[in-house]
Design a binder for this molecule. Sequence first.
Ligand code: SF4
Ligand code: SF4
Length: 419
Amino acid sequence: MAKLKKLEDFREEIDQCVKCGACRAHCPVFGAEKHEGRVARGKIALADALLNGEVEMEDRFLLDMSQCLLCGSCYTQCPNKVPTEEIVAATRRRIAEKKGLSTFGKGVATVLKHQGLMDLLAKSGGALSGLLFKKLPEDSGLRLRFPAPFISSDRTLPPLTGKPFRERCPEIIHGKKGQPTVLFFTGCGINYMYPEVGEALLKVLKFIGVTVIIPKDQVCCGLPAVSAGATETVESLAEKNLTALGRHQYDWIVTACASCLAGLGKIYPGMGEEFSDYSLKVKDIFVFLVEQGFTEQLAALPKAANRQRVTYHDPCHLRTRGIIEEPRQILKALPQVDYVEMEEAGTCCGFGGTYSVYHYDTSKKIGAKKAGFIAESGAELVATDCPGCIMQLQDSINHADGKQRAVHILELVAEALPD
Ligand code: SF4
Ligand code: SF4
């Protein structure tokens, strides 16, 4: 049975915080809000006080605990490697146990647990998009026509697809003999909002000849439910994925979403023995492609006459796992790309899953900084490796009246390959 860790299980890690404050300068929320309760050591002190029965779950406490992107930036800078994002997530689970989930959290949990409902919402959203949304110029997303609960009307959204990605492709696509077999864990962002990224991935994998399995019955990795503190939803989704993935034989699981990589590669292995394999088997698509020698194959393609200036944004869930060079290697090898590095490419974009819904104003402040760096780089496109980041980057660019577009690296790779 999948079981998430409880707050008590982090006692030792909590005690390792020496209150040095080295995390302060690296917390995007602290950078935007300049408030001690927003920074890692403040949250760890509150989690400690909760465990010791020295604090009540009052409004101030709830606000401080909700003000975290779970980005892990503090962890990478911490001399004692205190996993603040895991401690905050465990504290949110404790809050939900005592006080119940928030209204939005309940909605997230209900939708994620019922795949049929998710399919239905996506399809209805796709069918009614003309009525519900207005199209933005430059093809840079949609905005709601009418007020909707929890979504700000000035937020840019990607169109929902009328036909989810997993309904567009067969469950198994056979490759060349002697090549590995990979299982593609699509995640919800690609399945419902960016199916073109899934199609790009299939084109790339077909080019190198690997066999691809796309289990129809895979479900959300559960990361949005982790962020909401919805323990039972995360555990039930993990169980369903264990069954869905367990029906197949494969060499690697690949993801094209940094959050799914964190869900399967980091959260699941902590939920029980039966998931321990995942930390070894799951790979980000660009790590896989670099290992397969794909960079050299790309570099051998003839250089394009029409080139685009492209920069890269590091999704937190890749950067904090040390996946920094591989996406850049692929981008730099593309025949139609002139790569430029932007300042603070590794700073969080401000999305943070449910964070950007609860704290859209702070999320926008963090995104505005990122949009400024994108503009200063002179890039026409900002490429990344996470649907959540694409959504947030495009929203931030639109708020800054920028002309750049946010894309997935795979879209550029697919564009460079012959049909
Ligand atoms: S979380 Fe780490 S970096 Fe931050 S105050 Fe504690 S020990 Fe220092
Ligand atoms: S996980 Fe990110 S947002 Fe949360 S305290 Fe650490 S650096 Fe700040």
